[in-house]
Design a protein around this ligand. Sequence first.
Ligand SMILES: *[C@@H]1O[C@H](CO)[C@@H](O)[C@H](O)[C@H]1NC(C)=O
Ligand SMILES: *[C@@H]1O[C@H](CO)[C@@H](O)[C@H](O)[C@H]1NC(C)=O
Length: 508
Amino acid sequence: MGMSVAPFFFYVLAIAFLGVFCSRGLESVQAGEAGFDVRQHLSSSTRYEWGKSLMAGYEDPGNVPVGCTPIHINLVARHGTRGPTKKRIKELEKLAKRLHEVAAQAGNTAPAWMRDWRSPWEGKKVGGELLPIGEEEMYYLAQRYRNNYTEIFEDDYHPETYPIITTQVGRSSASAVAFGIGSFAGRGTLGPGKQRAFAVVSDSKGNDIHLRFHDTCMAYKQSKKYRMPAVEKLQAEVYELVAKAVKERLGLAVTAEDVSSLWLLCKNEASLLDIVDRACGLFTPEEIELLEWADDLQMHHLKGYGETLNYRMGVPLLEDVVQSMDRAMATLKDSNSETATEKARLRFAHAETVIPFICLLGLFLDDVDVKSIQSEEPFQAPPRPPKHRVWRGAMVAPFGANTALVLHKCSLDSGTGEEFLVQALHNEKSVSMPGCNGTHFCPIEVFKKHVVAPHLKRSFESLCTVAVEHQPPERQSWFHRLFVPFYLFRWPGKPAHAQSICQSELEL
Ligand SMILES: *[C@@H]1O[C@H](CO)[C@@H](O)[C@H](O)[C@H]1NC(C)=O
Ligand SMILES: *[C@@H]1O[C@H](CO)[C@@H](O)[C@H](O)[C@H]1NC(C)=O
């Protein structure tokens, strides 16, 4: 049970911590802390430019070794900035009513905007679409890749040279198109921009195990459902804490639920409309950091390192990446080869795709422990602010987040031979992989052995098949009321579907 102990202690500590220290540090806070910009603290709702700015000074990549040329890029990108989804639009409409009540109750002390506030998205019947700002993120991202990797993007367009792959979700496929326009503008004959038409392909929604495994891996969906209440409890504790502080400071009778919706509003106003003095203005920087942390915790537990299945299920994507590298090397080595030379494999998907991919590569880890990466154990949850943490949603998975593996061909000093090095970029910045001993340029053999191979021990099927699926939602057992994390009751070494059965048996 070794693997389960650390996260469990975390839960106990976190709950105790929030309980005991709940009044600590929140009263004496004033806004205007030097350099604090809420737009860099919106977790996965952060716009790309702000998320990218956080990568500055993250690591010093050093220079590309002499004699190396990039020959292939594997890209995994999240869609660009999008509008709020339908569910969130509804939530914000409800919030309007609540804010009027809160403002009326507070009288003159209520902020003026609150009294007659209406959601900017009121009455919208569709949501979640890629916004113009999101199109621009993808377009200019493509142009930077193209300018920095001229060797990769210099060929004539062909769908086998530059496959563009997306999920069947509008904002992702629109992101793929915006990236394609940026990549091939000026290379065709269409219109004044000399556009080139390009192909965008996807797996069907129900079978997409390469980019939508969060939706096709049944064991994950089940495990997420079981783990969700415990995570929501952690978040609710933060909202409670912040509600109390806001009430004391501003005299506004907000509930934890209101704070949750106001945080949603703050994220959308700041990220999409650059409004930072309304909903966001109700919170101090310290409170915003707590709210951000609550989002990041959820990301850790349900999408990231918090549970191995979260990223193990990304194995088909990892295999696809390695196979495309193998093909690129094989065609280079054999000049008579019949296969087309693929130069870049460009994928457009979701936070639920990029985050697991990052975890498979071992990026963004505190106190890097290569052994635990290779044994795929869950890691410590990100520490509560003001403690520093590496795992920040704003940096890991803002809108437009992109992780690329660049394959370099390098001639060896000794003369004839050549070697292939893999470099990881996150949001365009070179990052080291712990499995590669913290280096930025990792020999392909080391990459395969220490980064990839440990994850290939299990197949998608063995991880994701759910043999028995029954969970009466009304019957909340003692097990759930205690908010014990699901994986405490896992049997290490058993495949996920067997564990799901154990869980069901415990239930009934
Ligand atoms: C391209 O180079 C610019 C300038 O050095 C840099 O800011 C940007 O992050 C790079 N982007 C990529 C995709 O390499
Ligand atoms: C990893 O790096 C350390 C320190 O630079 C070095 O001593 C060690 O030999 C390296 N290990 C491998 C496998 O390259």
